[in-house]
Write a protein that binds this ligand. Structure first.
Ligand code: SAH
Length: 496
């Protein structure tokens, strides 16, 4: 116990698309000591928490009961009372059918300070991704969000069905799949026309989104025929008609496709960004985390003695600054050395951090050729442990001796479980290293029928050397060419 309790952040994770997490939510995750999370449509946002944060899953899992609510409440207050910063991450918005109010009340009762970070609720966002505006001047001037959890055929239902049926133009039911026949029947009984348009949206805002439309009279049969599963919500009202012209999410080139992108670098890859822009769902595994290495005691002297500081990746500067901070020093310790960056992304990052970059070739592979260092000058290579050999070799060939100063190490982040390989339509090898990492994570290799693509001949060579199948190679070694190839081979997934 410490004297000052930590703060609990009740954070809305948004409806599924990880890009819909708010900036406040991301900031809270970045400071978390403990993250208590429910079943989320996308676990990638957990990687925003610090590498040493404790991740506690309290959601439902097939056949395993969810952690009971009183125990969740205790988990939050116990960790906060130990002085820790706790993030309680919930789907959608924490106060929309999320029991966030109960958790906040418990925290208030236990003297634990809390901050609520609202989230994008699935009740509005899933219709939006389905091309259904919940209000529209032409069709609806009000909407209501209602629990579908209560059986409308039971007398003791707490929902005012007569009021609901007439009270708002657009009705949005959450948790409504099981009771769908009861709900549509009851709305008709209370005076809604059987031909009122209705839609059911499964896994809204994710690449796996499926939408079934119909009317109050026939939607239940259509949903059963399509075999929709939770999480799903129901939208009732004239606005559903707008989907015919406004559906945008499911018409993207790779809509509904799931693609595995093994990754070795610290930053998200350009391939992943382009795949997402084409509507695909991506998983980057193994997700690596970067650990700053302990600083050598003579770090400040080595920096001052260097004529050139070569940063081999954007993460190298951050790790170096962290090392300096540990020694009670800061950016001024970099001294008067010239600064070089291996690759344009590193150069851009250094500039953003306020460093002038004296040398940064367009291509990392020719780095050593043009570095204007003279023989006899001292060059310090800052980067990933064991990651700068090729740069050092290139310089040695020109008579320049470079000393390696590893500042961070990349390790497989094994805190989040690896997704099942069979869930993916394609696997991408963006470099030889990613092929190696893939095989470490999935010793059984790709699944049958999965499309395996490589960025170019040398990566294909490595992959095939490891015994991995390669079904296609990009026309040129660029992220855009990789994504074009996948779109040509796969196209959008077949829809409900
Ligand atoms: N707090 C959440 C809702 C929690 S109740 C929010 O604001 O979104 C859980 C219900 O939300 C599910 O049963 C389902 O009806 C709905 N839901 C959550 N995510 C969804 C999604 N991606 N697509 C469709 N419905 C979703």
């Amino acid at each position: 116990m410490t004297d000052t309790p930590g703060t609990v952040y009740l954070v809305g994770a948004g409806p599924g698309d990880p890009g819909l997490l708010t900036r406040h939510g991301a900031d809270a995750l970045a400071q978390a000591d403990v993250v208590v999370y429910d079943r989320l449509a996308d676990n990638s946002m957990l990687a925003l928490a610090p590498a040493d944060a404790e991740l506690i899953y309290v959601g439902k899992q097939a056949a395993v009961h969810a952690v009971p609510q009183p125990r969740i409440n205790e988990l939050l207050s116990e960790h906060a009372l130990q002085g820790k910063c706790v993030v309680r991450l919930k789907g959608g918005d924490p106060f929309v059918f999320g029991r966030g109010g109960e958790e906040a009340t418990h925290l208030r009762d236990h003297g634990v300070p809390f901050i609520v970070v609202p989230g994008v609720s699935s009740s509005i966002a899933a219709p939006a991704y389905a091309g259904i505006p919940v209000t529209d001047r032409r069709y609806a001037s009000s909407f209501a969000v209602i629990t579908g959890h209560e059986d409308p055929t039971k007398a003791e239902s707490r929902v005012d069905w007569a009021g609901i049926a007439r009270g708002a133009d657009t009705l949005i039911f959450l948790m409504a799949l099981t009771n769908l026949p009861g709900i549509t029947g009851r709305l008709i009984k209370e005076g809604r026309a059987p031909e009122t348009p209705a839609a059911v949206i499964e896994r809204g805002t994710t690449p796996g989104q499926r939408v079934v439309t119909g009317t109050l009279a026939d939607i239940e049969g259509r949903v059963r025929a399509a075999g929709l599963h939770p999480p799903a919500l129901v939208v009732v009202g004239e606005v559903v008609r707008l989907r015919e012209v406004l559906a945008w999410h499911d018409s993207q080139p790779l809509a509904g496709r799931r693609i595995l992108v093994p990754r070795v670098r610290r930053r998200p890859s350009e391939i992943v960004r382009l795949l997402k822009a084409a509507g695909a769902e991506t998983a980057e595994v193994p997700v690596l985390r970067s650990a700053t290495l302990p600083a050598p005691a003579d770090l400040p002297e080595r920096l001052v003695g260097a004529d050139w500081l070569v940063f081999s990746s954007p993460g190298a500067l951050e790790a170096l600054l962290e090392q300096l901070e540990g020694l009670g020093r800061d950016v001024r310790a970099l001294g008067a050395a010239s600064v070089a960056a291996v690759g344009p992304a590193t150069a851009a990052h250094l500039r953003r951090c306020g460093l002038r970059v004296d040398y940064a070739p367009e291509s990392a592979s020719t780095f050593g050729d043009g570095l204007p260092a003279r023989a006899g000058q001292s060059v310090l290579l800052l980067g990933e442990e064991g990651g700068a050999d090729h740069v050092a070799r290139g310089l040695a060939a020109r008579g320049v001796t470079a000393a390696e100063l590893p500042v961070f190490r990349l390790a497989v982040d094994d805190r989040a479980p690896l997704p099942d390989i069979t869930e993916f339509d394609a696997v991408v090898f963006a470099s030889s290293n990613t092929a190696r990492r893939f095989l470490e994570a999935y010793p059984g290799g790709p699944a049958d029928g999965q499309l395996v693509v490589s960025i170019g001949p040398s990566t294909s060579g490595t992959a095939e050397g490891l015994g991995l199948r390669v079904d296609g190679e990009a026309a040129e070694a660029s992220p855009a060419a990789v994504v074009r190839l996948i779109a040509e081979r796969l196209g959008p997934a077949a829809r409900a």
